[in-house]
Design a binder for this molecule. Sequence first.
Ligand SMILES: CC(C)(COP(=O)(O)OP(=O)(O)OC[C@H]1O[C@@H](n2cnc3c(N)ncnc32)[C@H](O)[C@@H]1OP(=O)(O)O)[C@@H](O)C(=O)NCCC(=O)NCCS
Length: 197
Amino acid sequence: MARILPSADVDERATIGDGTTIWHLAQVREDAELGRDCIVGRGAYVGPGVRIGNEVKLQNHALVYEPAVLEDGVFIGPAAVLTNDPYPRSSDVDGGLKRPGDWKALGVTVREGAAVGARVVVVAGRTIGRWALVGAGAVVTRDVPDFALVVGNPARRIGWVGRAGEPLEAAGEGLWRCPRTGEEYRESAGRLSPSSR
Ligand SMILES: CC(C)(COP(=O)(O)OP(=O)(O)OC[C@H]1O[C@@H](n2cnc3c(N)ncnc32)[C@H](O)[C@@H]1OP(=O)(O)O)[C@@H](O)C(=O)NCCC(=O)NCCS
């Protein structure tokens, strides 16, 4: 069973998985789907139809605009914003207020296990790769490769992280090692993948 705090505003058409907690003043809009064992922090926002997997954490005041997709194990830091409109305007050139049908929302995808730091902004339509880590305050303007550690505005890769989230150490000949778990990864053509060795 899900746990929804009384001051949370969860639309009756949203689907919330077992073991998921929705904290005070969070809003979950119509047709959003959240898996099991997620945590939606105080004041967080989940837009209409957003799809969220299992064991996902949205920290306080994280804003996830539709049609974002968050895979299993994703972490979205406090006050991070996953945007959906690359060229926003409030009104059309004829002066009328733009309505949802007047523009095409472009969702952000965050792939399995990836983490987005505090106050990050991800530009509409970008993909954060599996197990990547986006440092606090970054502005993500390009897709982020799997296992990449990116920081800054615009976000640039400064290293690699493993599944444990810690920066990997170079072990020579394109091999990278996690100082915590000892897991090894191989870099090839600017991409990183778990080593089969
Ligand atoms: C990106 C991050 C993982 C780097 O940690 P680290 O490997 O220990 O890195 P260091 O502190 O040694 O910094 C390495 C370099 O990156 C820079 N850097 C670190 N974090 C940065 C950030 N968020 N934005 C821009 N630059 C950053 C440092 O200034 C340093 O630059 P220098 O080599 O020119 O001095 C960490 O700083 C971070 O932002 N973590 C996310 C925190 C967060 O938002 N948590 C959410 C839950 S509260």
